[in-house]
Design a protein around this ligand. Structure first.
Ligand code: MNH
Length: 466
């Protein structure tokens, strides 16, 4: 039972192989990019079969807009997300819509993403950014190029750990990844692999390593919580995410988050709060290095808005409209969370054409929606931040740009990510000229998120005008 009574009307790839369905021949390392190739061939809605299950994919803008209708559709927790539940259970990202802890945690944490909270995080974000530029200055002095995705991942992990939980992983002071990151990436990779095998039994060894990874994540977070509860931790007492979770009693229900739920939320924020932002920064830096004229425009804006200030104030970040558009455009071409799933709340008809039963679901392929030629034109593959100038945005149909998902379950960290990434891009543009490796061709790796593989940039310290 697929929940799509007229499934046979939805196009599918020509080659249908028993058991493995359409997945045979697809690389297990790039499932998203394989699906994107099918999308071009098969059109705005299509299906693929794997292990006797049909998966429906949607990317046409009118279909995607209909799925954004919150009265008829909601987030679907399935596939990769459901596989994360052994790690993070009913925390924000992985909660089923009906689980009470979603609303409780959402209400407790929402003020942690308010404008006031963001202003309080701003100086901490500057501190972490200074560790990045310190590292880049040293690489530059040693005549080395920099590892963009690696360093952006260190930056964003340190930022969320510091602002959220007053914790310091010391990422810039180590040669290798912090074991927490290794364990986190391990569980993410395992979750993705679960999607490409018919039964977890085939991954028994990897499953044991996964159990060890999860145990390590739990231990680390429990230490962090204990330190805070004991009054320690260098971010304690200033209303960060951890304080809120430990202290807040929900005003409506009188509920408090359990210790187990807090653990799940901390892991969720450490994961959700860094990979995606790191990818967004990395893609943006790739395009800035490739388009010197765009980098020059962005830098001119930074110089104009920041003036002589050595470091920008909180309000000077939101004024960087063009830098922000560079980021928007990077997230259009490579939305680092490249898809999200929607399910029917009741029996309904998708876009007046495809009947769906209650609970039937589809994946919205954001990465394709963002290149729909009917919305973005025949040059949709071209990097052009001007697409996000206000008149162009106003002229565009609603629900055509969804890097942060949609509806009640959209990204709670959106403003956080945009503030952090805009700030860091601006600091880097102000400090360095970016020199791309002319031989580099963009290759995109997939874990649960997208990242430009092997991207290294040369740097020159900028001398003029400051
Ligand atoms: Mn984030 C949900 C993308 C940064 C914390 N995030 C989502 C969703 C998308 C998304 C898409 C919706 C997924 C779905 O519908 O299943 N998030 C991003 C991107 C960036 C990002 C592209 C950076 C760029 N996210 C962040 C940051 C944080 C964060 C930073 C935390 C500080 N995101 C979350 C959480 C959720 C989420 C928590 C789940 C929200 C909910 O379901 O209530």
């Amino acid at each position: 039972e697929q929940g799509w009574p007229e499934l046979e009307r939805i196009p599918h790839p020509p080659r249908r192989i028993p058991l493995l369905g359409d997945l045979l021949g697809a690389s297990r390392h790039t499932p998203l990019q394989d699906t994107l190739r099918y999308a071009w061939q098969l059109g705005p809605i299509f299906r693929r079969k794997a292990f006797h299950r049909e998966f429906v994919f949607v990317w046409g803008h009118s279909l995607a807009a209909d799925l954004a209708d919150e009265s008829r559709f909601a987030k679907h927790v399935g596939l990769g997300i459901a596989n994360l539940r052994p790690v993070v259970g009913d925390a924000l990202f992985t909660a089923y819509n009906h689980e009470p802890n979603w609303q409780t945690a959402h209400d407790v944490l929402a003020p942690g993403f308010s404008r006031e909270a963001m202003a309080a995080y701003h100086p901490m974000m500057l501190d972490v950014a200074a560790r990045l530029t310190g590292h880049w200055d040293r690489e530059l002095a040693a005549g080395r190029t920099v590892d963009v995705p690696g360093d952006m991942t260190k930056l964003t992990l340190e930022t969320i750990a510091r602002t959220g939980f007053g914790h310091d992983f010391g990422s810039f002071e180590r040669d290798r990844l912090h074991p927490f990151v290794t364990a986190m990436v391990g569980t993410l990779t395992y979750a993705q692999r679960l999607n490409s095998v018919p039964t977890p039994a085939l991954l028994r060894r990897a499953g044991r390593r996964n159990d060890a990874d999860i145990a390590y994540l739990h231990r680390t977070v429990d230490d962090l919580v204990r330190a805070r509860a004991g009054g320690g931790g260098d971010g304690g007492g200033q209303g960060d995410l951890l304080d809120r979770m430990l202290d807040t009693v929900h005003p409506g229900t009188g509920e408090r988050l359990s210790a187990e739920n807090v653990r799940r939320q901390v892991i969720t924020f450490l994961v959700a709060g860094h990979e995606t932002t790191s990818g967004a920064l990395s893609f943006a830096l790739h395009y800035l290095a490739r388009h010197p004229e765009i980098a020059a425009r962005a830098r001119a804006e930074v110089d104009r808005v920041w003036g002589d200030a050595d470091v920008p104030g909180y309000k000077q970040v939101a004024k960087l409209r063009y830098v922000r558009r560079v980021l928007d455009e990077a997230l259009r071409l490579w939305p680092t969370a490249p898809a999200f799933a929607r399910e029917a709340r009741e029996d309904t008809v998708l876009a007046g054409e495809h009947p769906m039963r209650r609970g039937a679901w589809a994946l919205v392929l954001t990465a394709m929606l963002h290149r729909d030629p009917e919305v973005w034109g025949p040059d949709a593959d071209r990097f052009d931040p001007d697409r996000f100038e206000a008149p162009a945005v106003r002229a565009r149909a609603a629900h055509t740009y969804k890097p942060f998902g949609t509806g009640a379950r959209a990204c709670i960290g959106r403003q956080f990510a945009l503030h952090e990434a805009t700030l860091v891009l601006a600091l880097l543009l102000r400090r360095y000229d970016l020199r791309p490796d002319p031989a580099y061709r963009l290759r995109v790796t997939e874990r649960l998120t997208l990242m430009p593989e092997g991207l290294r940039l040369g740097l020159e310290r900028r001398t003029t005008p400051r």
